[in-house]
Design a protein around this ligand. Structure first.
Ligand SMILES: [Zn+2]
Length: 205
């Protein structure tokens, strides 16, 4: 089986398990494909590993606020994964999802960002250490590199999205977006992080 065939197979498996619903909007096959790709990309290095913590992805017409309103003020959320009564649910802004795949040079991809949060959650703790896929010997180096880079972001000396400096949890997702969306640039600018993340995700994008 070629890598392309394996990718398609993983997509089909994902679509069997997860419903994708447009909320007050029409969505097409391409939109579903983008959701599927966001899910498959971070786990592609792991042949047997799949998401067990999601059933449905809702696509909204735009950014939303904490109360899930897509109109009015304070709408600055592009994606989120559910906790509590929103368990097993993900919400993505459709325009943001599409934008993440449009520009090859972009370091942002909200779909990948949110699926990496799900991977982080899979070990039971959301802490920026994806222990469900990370081998133990990489945890300490990961924390060290992560803390060093968060300091650089805070000093304005890094090109990683400053949102990544808000917590270890967000750093994992933000760095992963960059790693998967623009691997060449990421490798060039952050060789140590790149090499560690390549081991963590078990492939180079
Ligand atoms: Zn996040």
């Amino acid at each position: 089986m070629t890598e392309k065939q394996r990718f398609e197979e993983e997509l089909l498996y994902f679509f069997e398990e997860v419903t994708i619903t447009g909320v007050k909007i029409e969505i097409d096959d391409t939109d579903c494909l983008l959701v599927g790709a966001s899910a498959v990309i971070p786990l592609f290095g792991f042949h047997e590993l799949r998401y067990r913590n999601i059933n449905e992805v809702l696509l909204y017409q735009g950014s939303f606020n904490d109360d899930h309103q897509t109109e009015g003020k304070g709408r600055n959320i592009l994606g989120k994964v559910g906790k509590g009564n929103m368990n097993r649910l993900m919400i993505l802004s459709l325009p943001a999802l599409r934008a993440g795949f449009k520009n090859e040079n972009s370091a942002t991809n909200v779909g990948i960002h949110e699926f990496v949060h799900l991977i982080d959650m899979a070990d039971g703790v959301v802490d920026g250490i994806p222990e469900s896929l990370m081998q133990k010997q990489y945890v300490a180096p990961w924390l060290k590199l992560m803390h060093r880079e968060i300091e650089s972001i805070k000093k304005n000396k890094s090109d990683i999205n400053p949102y990544g400096a808000t917590s270890e949890i967000e750093f994992l997702s933000v760095a992963s977006e960059y790693f998967f969306n623009n691997p060449d640039k990421f490798q060039d600018k952050h060789p140590e992080l790149y090499s560690l993340m390549k081991k963590m995700y078990r492939y180079s994008p």
